[in-house]
Structure formats: structure tokens, C-alpha cells
Design a protein around this ligand. Structure first.
Ligand SMILES: [Zn+2]
Length: 358
């Protein structure tokens, strides 16, 4: 099999599936990334996409592909794809760990007890290095969902830290899961208090984790996995637009001061897309300029706040008339408001999937 073609793929789930499709093609002539593949894969309902997605999530091929991506990313970004600064509140330290080509894992540290929680530790070597650098003990892994670029490091870390608990949804087939969580379940590690919230849509068992601001007298922190990014949201691989909308509606009930720590560094591309939909949005323009500067220096763009996201993230603005006009959509006379907003969300998602040929 032409493993060389893996080099064509980046690490978002769409590209993972592109890579798998490429892996299956018995061809040397596709040594570069054929331009038709991203378009073919851009719509999740298409048969080739479903085949590749099932191979990625349900067979060993997905794991083999993930291992290859980890190796390549370590070679390409020995210091990580971005430089990220830890954030410290009283008693809590958040350490973003850049992994793969654009993922973030996070360490959440109770600085009093030196207990640490790892969120989505996809590259175990990078996460272990951070644990050692911080001099902390891994007590728990919080997994947002089953995709390898989020849970791929569970097994290796569990081998190193035998008493470590692994939290996540039982619907998602998360490796090494020890503590299946229920919706709104509280998780306590040292002084750290998290709440797990079910947010299906990207996967059936997608779960986000909210660190209670009271844990350390700081703002609440949302670890959103692939539900919500800076100016973006995850693709609807395993749910309808209605399901995803309900998950996003749940997120916006969290306070505006809540810090958003997403699973990927997609800010620049997402804001470029938002600019097409809302060119006159001044909040988006301000954020775009800041993000552009950050990315020129390969700096991490997290965290933003939920208050900011509501102002420019098109996936959280399905209620906005300006967006409806930009999309050319109108609520039907008999149409339920949430049904209409789900149509808006679906259209924004469709356009984003095709943005720049993806
Ligand atoms: Zn994912």
C-alpha cells in the first residue's frame, strides 16, 4: 500500500478520512493530494466519506493512520506546532500542550496538591513531557470523544500512570475508559471541580468538560473538544443539525466570561470563513487582526471567551438576521424557529466544508 501518500493529509477529521481514502487507493499516480478528494470528502453524507469514516473510527486502519500522523508531527514540529503560554489562577494552572499538527491537549493542575488532569491527550509523549516539566501527578484523563487525535494517548499514559482514571462517554468507545460519565456529572480531582456535559453531533458520545471557576477563584473554563472552536464548530459526523444546534445552545448558557479551550488551532481559517459571511462584523475584524498577528509568530490563539464567540462565531449566530441574509435563508411562515435555526446551521456548515476547496 502506498503509505507515502499519508504525507498529503493534515489531521482534522475530514483530512484523516481523506488520508484513509488515499491509503486505499492502489495508485502511485496520487503521490500529491488530488484536488478532487477534498471536494469528494467535504460532504459527510457521501458514500466515500462514510466508508472512510467508518474505517477510521471502527477498524485498526484508523489507529495505524493516527500513529503515522503522530510520528510525522513529531518530526515536523519537534517543539509543537504552536507556542502556548500556561495560564494561572489562584490554585489552578492550565497548560495547553500543542500536539499533532493542530490539536491541543491540556493539563489542568491543582497547584496545591500537584494533581493533574489531562484533557484529550492524543500524543502521550508530549503530555508526559509536560507532566514531568510541571512536576505533577496524572490523576485523570478527560476525553471528549473517540477520534484518535483526541484519545490516542490514553493507553500509553494509563500504562505509565496505573491509578489514573479515564472519563468519557460510554457511547463513544473511548480506549481505556474506567469511568463512563453521565450528562451533568461532577468530577472532582483534588480542588478541581469539573462538570461533564453531553454534546452529541460531532460524535454520538461527544462530551465537553467545564472547570468550575470556583475551583480557583478564576473564570470557568470550557474544554470543548471538537464541539466548538474559536469562530468555528466541529463537523456533524454522527448527528443532525438539530442535534448539533441543541449542543451549541447548551454551551451558550454558560457564562460569557467562560474561557474557551478548544481541541484544535483552527482560528485563522475559521475567522477567514466568518469574514465571508459577515464582512462588516467589527468584533470579528478585531479578533481576525489579533489572531493573524498571533499566528505570524506561531502563537496559540486560546483561550477566547464565550462572550467573544457569540459576537463573531457564525455557528453561534444562527439567530442573527445579518447571517440569514448573507445565506439567503428565510424562516418559512409555518416553520418552527429552532427548525429554521438548524437549517441555518446546516447551511453554514455546508459552506464551511467547501470553503477553500475543503
Ligand atoms: Zn473529532
Amino acid at each position: 500500500m502506498p503509505l507515502v501518500v499519508f504525507s498529503a493529509a493534515a489531521c482534522c477529521c475530514c483530512c484523516l478520512c481523506c488520508g484513509l481514502l488515499l491509503l486505499l487507493l492502489p495508485c502511485r499516480r496520487f503521490a500529491g493530494r488530488p484536488r478532487w478528494i477534498p471536494r469528494l470528502m467535504a460532504r459527510t453524507e457521501r458514500p466515500f466519506f462514510r466508508i472512510a469514516y467508518n474505517l477510521y473510527t471502527r477498524t485498526r486502519l484508523g489507529y495505524v493512520y493516527y500513529k503515522r500522523q503522530v510520528k510525522k508531527a513529531r518530526e515536523r514540529f519537534p517543539e509543537g506546532h504552536s507556542s502556548a503560554q500556561p495560564m494561572v489562577f489562584s490554585g489552578v494552572k492550565i497548560v495547553p500542550v500543542p500536539v499533532l499538527s493542530d490539536n491541543y491537549s491540556y493539563l489542568v493542575i491543582d497547584t496545591t496538591s500537584c494533581m493533574a488532569v489531562a484533557v484529550d491527550p492524543s500524543d502521550p509523549r508530549a503530555v508526559q513531557a509536560s507532566l514531568e516539566e510541571e512536576g505533577v501527578t496524572l490523576e485523570a484523563i478527560l476525553c471528549t470523544h473517540k477520534h484518535w487525535d483526541h484519545c490516542g494517548g490514553n493507553k500509553a499514559l494509563k500504562r505509565l500512570h496505573k491509578s489514573c482514571r479515564v472519563y468519557g462517554s460510554s457511547c463513544d468507545g473511548i480506549p481505556e475508559l474506567t469511568d463512563p460519565v453521565s450528562d451533568k456529572e461532577n468530577i472532582t480531582v483534588g480542588q478541581l471541580q469539573f462538570q461533564a456535559l453531553f454534546t452529541p453531533g460531532h460524535t454520538v458520545g461527544h462530551t465537553i468538560y467545564v472547570l468550575d471557576g470556583k475551583s480557583g477563584d478564576g473564570p470557568a473554563c470550557l474544554f470543548s473538544g471538537d464541539l466548538l472552536f474559536l469562530s468555528g464548530c466541529g463537523r456533524m459526523f454522527e448527528g443532525t443539525a438539530e442535534t448539533m444546534l441543541a449542543s451549541l445552545d447548551g454551551v451558550v448558557t454558560l457564562g460569557d466570561d467562560t474561557l474557551l479551550w478548544p481541541g484544535h488551532e483552527y482560528a485563522e481559517d475559521n475567522l477567514n470563513f466568518a469574514a465571508v459571511l459577515e464582512p462588516e462584523n467589527s468584533s470579528r475584524e478585531r479578533k481576525s487582526q489579533w489572531v493573524f498577528q498571533q499566528r505570524l509568530e506561531k502563537k496559540c490563539t486560546c483561550p477566547s471567551t464565550l462572550g467573544e464567540e457569540k459576537e463573531y462565531n457564525p455557528f453561534l449566530r444562527t439567530h442573527c438576521q445579518d447571517l440569514h441574509q448573507a445565506l439567503g435563508l428565510q424562516q418559512g411562515t409555518e416553520e418552527d424557529w429552532n427548525h429554521f435555526r438548524a437549517r441555518v446551521l446546516e447551511e453554514v456548515r455546508r459552506r464551511k466544508d467547501l470553503f477553500k476547496g475543503r
